[in-house]
Design a protein around this ligand. Sequence first.
Ligand SMILES: Nc1ncnc2c1ncn2[C@@H]1O[C@H](COP(=O)(O)OP(=O)(O)OP(=O)(O)O)[C@@H](O)[C@H]1O
Length: 299
Amino acid sequence: MTTLAVENVSKNYGTLETVSNVSLSIEAGERVALLGHNGAGKTTLLRMILGLTPVVSGTIKVLGSNPGSRHSRASIGFLPESVAFHGALTGREQLRHFARLKSVPVHVADDLLDRVGLSNAADRKIRTYSKGMRQRIGLAQALLGQPKLALLDEPTSGLDPISRHEFYDIVEELAQSGTAVLLSSHALTELETRTDRIAIMSQGKLVADNSLVRLRQNAGLPIRVNVTTTAENVDVVAERLGGERINGCSILLTCQQDEKISKLSQITAFGEIIKDVDVTPGTLEELYRHYSVTESEGK
Ligand SMILES: Nc1ncnc2c1ncn2[C@@H]1O[C@H](COP(=O)(O)OP(=O)(O)OP(=O)(O)O)[C@@H](O)[C@H]1O
């Protein structure tokens, strides 16, 4: 059964259509990133999946159950964008408290502290924790009870690169154990290798939902090719390739995906005067802009 099935869901606040006819499904073990500018409707959608905002138009099912139902609530682990903890409690006390609320055995809380790398700080008060350590406690509470669906709202905001890396390792383990993961983020670059699909919301609409490879193909964004030559040949190579000289020995050219191989043959035909070639596909930022702008222009 599909873990999360969102079908034709809309939500208005007054005359503002915050979520507009959105359909999105996530299977067990899939990691989906939900992207969108501020106000795109991501949080409203997450709230509807959680059962906090009623679904009045369209349907949402979590493992076949309605949002907010006992079964649905028991299946979801949620990490809100800003998590508030009791600063006077230790990490262990706080997590054990959440475990009791979720009717999960307390020893599971201790195991999770270990899993999120907090066992050494578990008996320190949360008020002494760094932002990254608080996020880890937040993640640990979202993982209590082995959720079938993890909803993570901006989970890596404020984390340093190493903590982000470790965070995504945990997400990967979670997905491998069969949990479907939906995470919203503004930190685009980290999602490139860490998620299976990218869903983009713009002005309430879902404007893209596909693997990164497919999104790139469909957008047809140009590929950048950076060529380094010997100093004395840079001008002539730039002219022949039709590229732009960007500094001492570097030339920048762009081409479409289907021209890439012929462009590379043209470059290698110059022989030893070519010192290096870097090929960079369109970045996630460019894709994001492409899909958001295409939709808002009504193309
Ligand atoms: N309770 C509410 N009453 C009125 N308008 C609301 C309410 N909740 C959200 N909105 C509006 O709906 C739109 C979408 O908000 P939402 O919080 O879902 O966006 P978001 O994509 O999560 O943005 P962000 O990245 O800033 O968190 C915004 O214009 C917001 O002002």
